[in-house]
Ligand binder design. Sequence first.
Ligand code: UD1
Ligand code: UDP
Length: 381
Amino acid sequence: MKVAVVLGTRPEIIKMSPIIRELQRRRGSGGEIEYFILHTGQHYSYNMDRVFFEQLNLPQPRFNLNVGSGTHAKETGRMMMGIERVLLEEKPDLVLVEGDTNTVLSGALASVKVGVEVGHVEAGLRSFDRSMPEEINRIVADHVSEILFAPTEKAKQNLISEGISQEKIHVTGNTIVDAVHQNLELARRGGSAALESLGLEDGRYFLATVHRQENVDDPVRLRGILEGLRLVHDHYGMPVVYPAHPRSRKMMGEHGLDPEGIILTDPLDYLSFLRLESGARLIFTDSGGVQEEACILKVPCVTLRDNTERPETLEVGANTLAGTDPERILERARLMIDCKRRWSNPFGDGRAGERIVGILERIIGEDPRNPFLSRKVDLKV
Ligand code: UD1
Ligand code: UDP
C-alpha cells in the first residue's frame, strides 16, 4: 500500500511529524505501507517551513509544488493542479491530509476527483463560523474523506451529526500531544537560549501569537488585540513576547500599526517556541495548535477570538475566549492568571500517530484485496 502525505504549512508539518515518524519506523521494520511526502509550498519561508523538517528530523518531501502565496482561489487552484499531476504519476492508494488549511482542501479535493481515497487527520473540528476559511476547508475535507481520524469524542459527534457514517470515524487523540511529548524534553534542555536571548525568566512573561485572517486583516480587530496586549503589559509589568507570523508583520505595516510594549520577534523554531510556551505565565493566541499546546503544557490560555473549534480546552478550564476588545482581553487575563492548573489534557495520550498508522495497517490486513485498491476506480483526469 502506498500513502501520499500531503502537507504545506507550519502546523501541518508539526502535526504530521508523529505520523511520518511512525510510518518511517514501521517501514524500517518491514511494514507494508510505503509513503512519500508531497509539500504544496503554501509555506516557504525558512522559519515557517524548512526549520521544522530539520529540527524534527523529517525526511525531505519527494515533491514540492512551490505554489507560494496568493488569493484563496489561486493557492487552491495551483495546489490542486500540482497534486493531481503527482497522484496520476505516483498512483498512491490513499492521501493523508491534516487540519484545515488550503493545502488540506486542495489535497482532499484533488484526490477524490481522481479516485484516490482521503484520510483526514484532525477531522470533525467545528467553530460553527463559516466566515472562517478554515471552517470551510475542514467541512469539505471531512465530507470527501473515507477515513476520518477524530481527535476527540466531541469531534466524532460533530461528524455524526452531519450524517457521516460512524464506520468511517476513528477517535485517535490529537497528534499534537505526540509532538509535544516527543519534543518537550529536548526543548527544556536546549531551548533555554531562547529565553536568555530575549531576557526572559520562567513565569515572568506573557507569550502571544496572532495570525488568523479574521484578526490580522481587519485593522480594527488587530488594533484591539495589540492595545489589549499593551494593557496586560502595563497592568502586570511583565514583557509580552510575540513571535509574529509573516502575514501579521505584513498587515501591521499595511494598517500602520506599531505595537507598543510588545517584544516582536520573527517566527521561532519549534523547540524554542515550545520552551517559551512552557515557561509563560499566560498565553494569548488565535492559533488552533497553540490553544492545544497551552492546554497540554498546563499554561492558561486567553483566546483572541469569538469562538473556538477546540471547545474541550474551555470545558476543562484551560482556556477562555476574549475576542479582540482591549478591556476584555485584560479582564480575561486577570481571570486566568492565577487559575489552578489542574485540568487534564483532553487531546489524548501522545500515541495518536501510532494509532493512526495502526488503523491503516489493520484496514489492509482485514481485507486481503486491499480495500483502498478494490474500491478505487482507475486513475483518470
Ligand atoms: C494558513 C492557514 C491558516 C493557518 C496558518 C498556519 C489557510 C486558508 N490558512 O494561513 O489556517 O492557521 O496557515 O500558520 O490555509 N507568508 C510568508 N511566508 C510563508 C508563508 C506565508 O511570507 O512561508 C505570508 C505571505 O505574505 C502570505 C501570507 O503570509 O500572503 C499568508 O499566507 P497563507 O499561506 O495564504 O495563509 P496563512 O495566513 O499562513
Ligand atoms: N509555532 C512555532 N513557532 C512559532 C509559532 C508557532 O513553532 O513562532 C508552532 C506551535 O508550537 C504550533 C504551531 O506552530 O505547534 C501552530 O501553528 P499556527 O499557529 O501557525 O497555525 P494554526 O494552529 O492556527 O493553524
